[in-house]
Design a protein around this ligand. Sequence first.
Ligand code: SF4
Ligand code: SF4
Length: 371
Amino acid sequence: MVSSSSSMLIKISDWASDLGFSEISVANIETSEKLNDPIKKYTKWIKSGFHGEMTYLKESIPIRRSPDRLLRGVKRAIMVSMNYLPQNSSIDWREKEINGLKQSKKATVSIFARGKDYHRIMRKRLSKLAKKISKEVGPYGFRACVDSAPILEVELAQESGLGWRGKNTLLLKKNQGSFFFLGTLLTDLPLKVSQGKEKNLCGTCNACLEKCPTKAFVGPYLLDARKCISYLTIENRGIIDLSMRHLIGNRIYGCDDCQLVCPWNKYAKLSPLSEFDVKNELDNRSLLDLFEWDENQFLSNHSGSAILRISYEMWLRNIAVALGNAGTALKKNKVQNDGSISKIKETLLTRINEDKPILKSHLVWALKQCQ
Ligand code: SF4
Ligand code: SF4
């Protein structure tokens, strides 16, 4: 059968590369037995409550167990990766990122969110890949998924040799690190399955576990999402726990620390796509500057960005926490007299009477940090 031949896989791989994907692999999901162990681990993780308020993760267990529910007669998952480091990143980009975290008045936005929303970009390109395959083999069943359907994507990617799951729970590749997105093209084609798992090369390294600012890892390969800054600043729609606020530093949307310290990320590759270029200078903005955006600016400046997954009030909430932390850091460095702390207080006070109850409680906290 044409679709199960090696030459077909080579063609798919070439088309994927033309579309900006860095690598592909094919996982067999015709029989769900292989998913038994990962599902057990996943269910245990949910039962421990580590998923926090992401209830959809719990509700989706039956679908994760039976991918057939996502696409009738599904046989394979074509796993794709796409590098997202902005094209113009300098050679010392990691040092710059780490230094940026120490500049308390500057905002840090996770690298994945500085350009256009990867969900749309990847889904569009996966659909194009699906059409190319269909021109070759005729009509067939497929479904393109980029975080849009409950799939154990890291497990499938690992199983099919795309990389290994690192102790920081992310997929890692020896020659590319972890600054890439994963996508899945489910198909009912009996494609040749990729062979050979990539060896886990974490070894004795524990850098990610040790450097996580909130100690969100319960142990290697086990994350308590409730403590993760990505969860706190993006998924959590309400109040940020008091015990976590001072650990967030100047991170206002997501966190990259457990990737930045990973030695394999010295091999991270730049994206071939300009869509991931930094917009609105989000790699070099002051907290005060971003806090002053009104809602229209927030919506128009972030148009097409993943940042619009959070509301304007959450955006301000996150910046307010970072401004409170800036106040604390400035006091520690004894720079009260250069006017920075007064300016922060003044700016926080401009929003204290706005009808935003969640923001208000964070403003009050941030003002206290500046006393
Ligand atoms: S993203 Fe940040 S907070 Fe979350 S686990 Fe990694 S280092 Fe910790
Ligand atoms: S920092 Fe070390 S332990 Fe963590 S994922 Fe990277 S190699 Fe593995």
